[in-house]
Design a protein around this ligand. Structure first.
Ligand code: MN
Length: 129
């Protein structure tokens, strides 16, 4: 089961820890960054199967980070989900327009979260890139 590598970019310690622990229990491998620049660096180095990207981050925000990832041939094909507390319709539209492949809401609800992650990992035929 699982085994995919997931990069979590999140500046809130608790959200980061919850997401990481939940994924690891299910057998996913994880990478963590608490700022966008570090996240981009890790994405280039490790080519994760999925990135969970917080929107509000210190320094560079998640939307800008997404644009950089998508503009870079080394990271352009990686699925990037906005990891966000926003649930308002307008926010969803804004996130989709920004070019995210999906969004994952937080605080996470374990079962929903895992279902969403599984679905996103399965988007790519063959699983691990
Ligand atoms: Mn944040």
């Amino acid at each position: 089961m699982a085994g995919e590598l997931i990069l979590i970019v999140e500046d809130d310690e608790l959200n980061l820890k919850l997401a990481r622990d939940t994924l690891q229990v299910k057998g996913y491998r994880t990478l963590e960054a608490n700022a966008a620049r570090r996240g981009i660096e890790l994405a280039r180095q490790h080519q994760p199967d999925l990135i969970l990207m917080d929107i509000q981050l210190p320094g560079m925000d998640g939307v800008t980070a997404l644009k950089q990832l998508k503009a870079d041939p080394f990271t352009a094909a990686i699925t990037v989900a906005a990891f966000t507390a926003s649930v308002m319709r307008d926010d969803c539209d804004r996130i989709t327009h920004a070019g995210f492949d999906a969004y994952v809401t937080k605080p996470i609800v374990v079962r929903e979260f895992l279902e969403t992650i599984r679905g996103l990992c399965d988007l790519k035929p063959g699983g691990a890139a």
